[in-house]
Design a protein around this ligand. Sequence first.
Ligand SMILES: Cc1ncc(COP(=O)(O)O)c(C=O)c1O
Length: 479
Amino acid sequence: MAAHQTATLKRYEAFADDIAHLIRSGRLQAGDRLPSVREASHGRGISPSTVFQGYYLLEDRGLIEARPRSGYFVKSRPTIDESCEPDVSEPAARSHDVTVSELVFQVLSQARNRDIVPLGSAFPSPTLFPLEKLSRATGKAMRRIDPWRTVEDLAPGSVTLRRQIALRYLASGYRVAADEIVITNGAMEALNLCLEVVTMPGDVVAVESPTFYGSLQALERRGLRAVEVATHPRHGVELEALAAVLDRHPVKACWFMTNFQNPLGALMPTENKRELVAMLAQRNIPLIEDDVYGELYFGNGKPPPAKAFDRQGLVLHCSSFSKSLAPGYRVGWAAAGSFVHSVAQRKLMSSLGAAVPSQEGLSEYLQHGAFDRHLRQLRQVFEANQAIALRAIGRWFPSGTRVTRPEGGYFLWVELPRSVDALQLHRLGLAQNISVAPGHLFSPDRGFAHCVRINVGHPNDRRVESALRTLGQIARSMV
Ligand SMILES: Cc1ncc(COP(=O)(O)O)c(C=O)c1O
């Protein structure tokens, strides 16, 4: 019985593979009718149920579709529209120890090589930033610096820079005092310090699903457990699912990206942010808000962070200039609410302060530079790149591929047919000098194995389009 089943399995898979090959090679085209079940069964000498099984498999792979009373047809290539977006995630209900770091280091170490097309990178192209203007601002600031600033700029950081940051909050319509801000070495340090202040090893932290691997690494580093919350690809964390998680687990903090979440690009609606802050305030749970992409919106105005609704000092808002203005300067901050003194003390204990030239240079640029003009250009580049990449993905990726269409940032999250193994795609891509970030990196249980994150933050030249075409071809060979 078992042997007979195995033989049948092999036959329907072989049948499906033959048809898939005809489709990929172009001998069967979109809209072509496949042989009827009777014809195929006669022609190949297999039973009608084997033919059916083969057709079901091809349907699952997104290659063919059944039309009522007409038979099976080759599906047309996907057009990427809203119905092709990935679904809300369905994470496991349990919490996890986190051990992703080794995989993250392995996968991402190659992505820094400039000869590799960096579709897997977390960074936008460094060529898109006003590095010359920044260096002039830094030179100017450092030439006339009062020597005592080198001491005064230790944690919580340069008062002029903190005032500039506070002014940007104010210009966006909400008040965050300069005294509430601690300058850090990039957002990553701000996030780590905040996490240390609000948790103890062994605690449970709620994260999105999928989530930025950097947040998982921070949890791993501190010996925390992660519980994932269902996340919508466009609206972010599902608040009902969050409430259920908070009822079930002793969550000590939440770590969410409310604006252009990495990797989904989700933007939490303003009303949801307000509700989120209220829900957590009711339970006295701090929110670590990771908001490094908030400036990179394509719409008319900057979306507020959840911090805008914080009345109790429970939101620790973390951001940086790394993705918006000054990559490599390593300047970020935490607007840490009622935790500001603990965060500043931890910053002093761990690294005393952020580098003075970076702080003073940025401070000078923000006062006299053209940050907003630069941001307008940057957003336009990312939006245009996104449109080109979406077209290329629609054209070259396997039928059944789903992709997000974020309203800001520079990532696309691509859900491939389930038979595609993203780690294998990453390896085969690297062999052709293309990096891609496999979905395995974005969840503590290595889910999302058929998903990849694609960076569209690099000049959209021939190289990128041809890399997307090659990736699509590799993925199609796995379907
Ligand atoms: C969501 C998110 N948070 C934080 C960071 C780290 O930011 P920074 O380079 O300022 O430390 C990154 C960088 O990839 C990120 O994607």
